[in-house]
Design a protein around this ligand. Structure first.
Ligand SMILES: CC(C)(COP(=O)(O)OP(=O)(O)OC[C@H]1O[C@@H](n2cnc3c(N)ncnc32)[C@H](O)[C@@H]1OP(=O)(O)O)[C@@H](O)C(=O)NCCC(=O)NCCS
Length: 193
């Protein structure tokens, strides 16, 4: 299996978005507070009685971002196998107005990472994540940051496997959005130096 990574620009985002990012949610990490949080927060894996499909593209507007922000500092990569696009990663960097970047130029964010459902679990995600790591190091970043949710257990396991550590649990991050209010935001960090 030969996987090639090619860099694209935001103009080619349509090609990128053709790789599905959907996943079936069978289990979640239930967020449990001890003594209202004074004694810590636990994430406990729980099977759902009924699974459901999550599609990140329903809630994010990557195309629309280019009208609001200067994305010239961002990295866009597509993984392909025998001319089929099987995955991709987008890295945000040094862009005023992007809250996730906290106004820092020594921090990058894995904005999006996806592998086609038929090709998951074969190391393509690892390749893409490592691309994000190398790309960020080339820009002297000290930290790589990535957001996911307690409902995406495979992604949490994946980030841990890539060396990330949990930095933030925000139970109210999506509380203003009725469709997402049951999700808890988890922010993972990888120290690069
Ligand atoms: C998360 C994702 C990008 C990982 O890509 P992948 O190609 O499946 O991952 P890899 O094959 O490189 O896996 C690397 C390691 O992560 C772990 N991992 C990956 N998928 C996993 C899963 N479903 N369950 C548990 N661990 C998993 C494995 O331990 C694996 O290590 P191994 O090679 O020793 O088995 C991919 O599953 C995906 O596209 N998911 C849907 C989109 C998504 O959730 N994006 C992130 C949004 S925050």
């Amino acid at each position: 299996m030969v996987i090639e990574l090619k860099e694209i620009s935001i103009q080619d985002i349509d090609e990128y978005l053709k790789v599905p990012i959907t996943l079936e949610i069978h289990r979640v990490l239930e967020v449990k507070l001890e003594d209202d949080g004074l004694k810590g927060i636990q994430l406990v894996e729980k099977e759902l009685e009924e699974s459901y499909i999550k599609d990140y593209d329903d809630d994010s507007d990557i195309e629309g971002l280019k009208d609001k922000f200067d994305m010239s500092n961002w990295g866009f990569f597509i993984a392909s196998m025998e001319d089929e696009n099987v995955g991709g990663v987008i890295i945000a960097y040094d862009t005023p107005g992007i809250n996730m970047l906290s106004g820092r130029d020594d921090l990058a964010v894995v904005w999006d990472i996806r592998v086609h459902p038929e090709h998951r679990g074969r190391g393509i995600g690892h390749m893409l994540f490592q691309k994000a790591v190398d790309w960020s190091k080339e820009r002297d970043c000290k930290l790589l940051k990535v957001e996911t949710q307690n409902i995406n257990v495979p992604a949490c396991n994946f980030y841990v496997k890539e060396g990330c550590e949990l930095g933030c649990i925000d139970r109210y991050a999506y509380s203003g959005d009725e469709r997402l209010s049951h999700e808890t935001m988890l922010i993972w960090y990888l120290e690069l130096q």
